[in-house]
Design a protein around this ligand. Sequence first.
Ligand code: BG6
Ligand code: MG
Length: 221
Amino acid sequence: MLKGLLFDLDGVLTNSAKFHLAAWNNLANELGITLTDDQLDSLRGISRIDSLNLILKYGGQEDKYSEAEKEQFAAEKNAKFVKQVETMTAKDILPGISKFLVDAKKQNLKMIIASASKNAPRILTRLGIMDEFDGIVDPATLHNGKPDPEIYIKAQQIAGLQSNEVISFEDAEAGVAAIKAAGQFAVGIGNKELLKEADYIISKTSDLKLSEIETVFQKRK
Ligand code: BG6
Ligand code: MG
């Protein structure tokens, strides 16, 4: 029986993903690295330091910088990102999400945030939806980032639920992989090819319909 919903944040509830990708692209250019669209897309859902390491790898610079220099680069990228976050308002909640959250509340579903972003509380507060959620995974407590299932297992534990009682939402390939590795039902929002491992895929948040997703969830094996 469905008892809870676990949400990624960036690219699912709001389009802060575009701010992350722009800030990373900017930093990559400063380091003399040109990222392809696919390389940029592969950063979705990946933690701050893992994203930086991936960018350096794409640029063939994985051994070029010390840990302290990398910390500095990550801090510079974050400062740019936070500046963009400070401009966000409730208008930045993606289409269909507010109604979806209301529908979920009516069914008393537990709702937890499973975002790799240390900025998640700041973003949710800007959007004015912090109080809609029953809990949030603190990414500082995680040992492994997505695609490791740890974050979705923690979110499920915060909800006090079993893997067959939750539906989890993601826009990132690494995120869908994390959900599936946690043994949960995955809803992928975005590129159908990239998210093909999800149990239910839609191209945009305005297509989210809780009753339809529940029908597919109930028929699962
Ligand atoms: C994820 C984003 O939610 O959080 C990634 O999809 C981002 O792009 C990651 O790198 C970490 O975010 P932050 O805010 O802690 O740098
Ligand atoms: Mg995301």
